[in-house]
Ligand binder design. Structure first.
Ligand SMILES: Cc1cc2nc3c(=O)[nH]c(=O)nc-3n(C[C@H](O)[C@H](O)[C@H](O)COP(=O)(O)O)c2cc1C
Length: 256
């Protein structure tokens, strides 16, 4: 277990004041080669997604999108389209540029040192034309890779401590972190910035959902063991840090 003092140290920036301490001797400084920008994948069998920039938005006014954003936990049984899913993936983790020598990716969200330590997994429950199952988003190809087909709604609800709207959503975004991508450069400073990075990813998902009139809700209450087992992650070198279900919702009429 860790203490409150350690927790506060972790969210403080005291490490920056100890610039010459051991905490800053990163593998990058030691000349070690950097880890890959994304997990390996097999090209064959990838499921390409529609061009996200051709998707029609229902709302474009940024002020009303920001104003109307809220956490939505009641979804209808309707499907969402593969175009909508494509837009949400692009908005939350899409790659805009790969820098020379595969040094870094530049994406639709910011990340400390452009380390982008996340992988996106999806539990697809109701997306038109896509088989139910657990997938990984291959950002460099803007494609999906099927990990396991099937209905995992009950397991998803159980892993989210009984939050049924997660298991019943049309699709759930699950962001895992590969800490070494950030540790390679920032060593002990990584843990603070990784979680700050994660906030940007989920916020972009909220904003993109609002533009498509879809609902989402950030989820921090889940079982580490159950969620990682569901995604076949070992839970040390890669594990889930954040997730968010997405679905259609009905506009509530204003009471007269
Ligand atoms: C880091 C984080 C974790 C959260 N975890 C959950 C959760 O597990 N379950 C849930 O229903 N809402 C969760 N929420 C949503 C918050 O309850 C919600 O953002 C808050 O009540 C404010 O409402 P709003 O998003 O509609 O403005 C989480 C939000 C954040 C930012």
């Amino acid at each position: 277990m860790f203490t409150n003092d350690q927790g506060r140290y972790f969210i403080s920036n005291k490490i920056w004041d100890e610039e010459f301490s051991d905490s800053w001797i990163s593998d990058q400084k030691m000349g070690k080669s950097q880890p890959p920008l994304e997990k390996p994948f097999v090209e064959e069998g990838l499921l390409p997604l529609p061009d996200p920039l051709t998707v029609t938005l229902k709302k474009k006014d940024i002020t009303s999108i920001i104003h109307d954003r809220k956490s939505r936990r009641v979804f209808t049984d309707e499907e969402i389209t593969s175009g909508e899913l494509s837009y949400l993936l692009w908005a939350s983790q899409g790659i805009k540029e790969i820098m020379a020598n595969n040094y870094a990716t530049l994406r639709t969200v910011p990340s400390a040192g452009a380390r982008h330590p996340f992988e996106t997994y999806l539990y697809i429950n109701r997306v038109s034309g896509i088989e139910k199952g657990i997938y990984r988003y291959v950002a460099s190809r803007h494609s999906l890779s099927l990990l396991k087909a099937g209905n995992f709604s009950d397991e998803m609800t159980e892993a989210n401590l009984g939050q049924q709207f997660v298991g019943n959503s049309a699709v759930t975004f699950l962001w895992s972190v590969i800490p070494y991508r950030t540790e390679w450069r920032y060593n002990l400073h990584s843990y603070k910035v990784i979680l700050m990075d994660a906030g940007h990813v989920c916020q972009n998902l909220y904003i993109a959902c609002e533009a498509l009139r879809l609902g989402t809700c950030a989820i921090g209450a889940y079982s580490h063991e159950k969620i990682n087992r569901l995604l076949n992650l070992e839970g040390e070198d890669e594990f889930v840090v954040y997730l968010a279900p997405v679905g259609r919702y009905r506009e509530r009429r204003n009471p007269k």
